[in-house]
Design a binder for this molecule. Sequence first.
Ligand code: KG4
Length: 335
Amino acid sequence: MLILSIESSCDETAVALVEDGRRVLTDQIFSQADLHAVYGGVVPEIAARSHLEVISLLAERALEAAGKTRHDIDAVACTYAPGLIGAVLVGVNFAKSAALALGVPLIPVHHIRGHIAANYLAFPELEPPFLCLAISGGNTMLVDVRGYTDMAVLGQTRDDAAGECFDKSARVMGLGYPGGKPIDDLAKQGDDRRYDLPRPAVHGDNPFDMSFSGLKTAVINIAHRCDQTGEALDKAGLAASLCRAVSESLVGRTMEALESLGYDRLAVAGGVAANSRIRADFEAACRAADVKLFIPPLRLCGDNGAMIGAQAYYEYLVGHTADSSLNAYATMPLS
Ligand code: KG4
């Protein structure tokens, strides 16, 4: 089954062609990062307008790259939530029109389910059940993936996502947007004990909930203090200390969640899964605990259309299709 899949929830316009949920024929991505960099973050109206400008062209290019015509398409899938509402709307309306014009099913996909499914593309042997830590710019959650479409959120951030913490820290350190990658690169030259950063504590019943706003504020305060007192800011040391703090907050909870579920397989997904420190720490923790670890290659960690096509196939198999009344949503529970 050949699925034309659309992703437009934030600042990447992406169109892919995916066969039977596992084989990527083409994955076209147009990143808007340069358009937003000057503002230090994503401007929703600019994002929506840019999606509108390139989405048709990208779909044509995807067909050409895969050597297919529109008559080969068996279904059209799109991210319908969560995301920047104007941005998601562009992808949803394009997908609705394409499905209607071609007379094929329309499959709505939850963006985080898509991130989780990126692992199916990278690891053909991976099947549920497994635990997934989804870490992106807008979401941070631990998901019990009981089946391809049967999932339960074990815990999630109470405030900022891990990616937001990287992006806002990078901004105050003058590293530009998006900030995760520059912080990751700089951290390699720094001392990860240079600054004493808090490990986010979360009060309440759920031991798997997380918090990153306190950590973000601590980094901002250090940068401002240096600014005001003339003390030199050790940017590499701060980047390394931040990567260590984020990683330790994620790894401990995730390993406890694995143990509580009795699973021996862990998948990590989302843009922040590209972070070298987080990848290395999970590799070490999983080796020690005899857990099999799945982390997609970098190109499948960030937003892409192929992951939407992968999840769409499994949603279709259980009848999760929509008609032209499909709407876009800024927020939506995962399950
Ligand atoms: O999954 P994604 O592409 O978009 C969302 O669905 O949000 O994630 C984007 C996030 C941004 O916050 C970006 O700074 C972060 O992923 N990111 C990283 C790295 N590469 C991207 N964070 C830490 N280290 C990286 N190497």
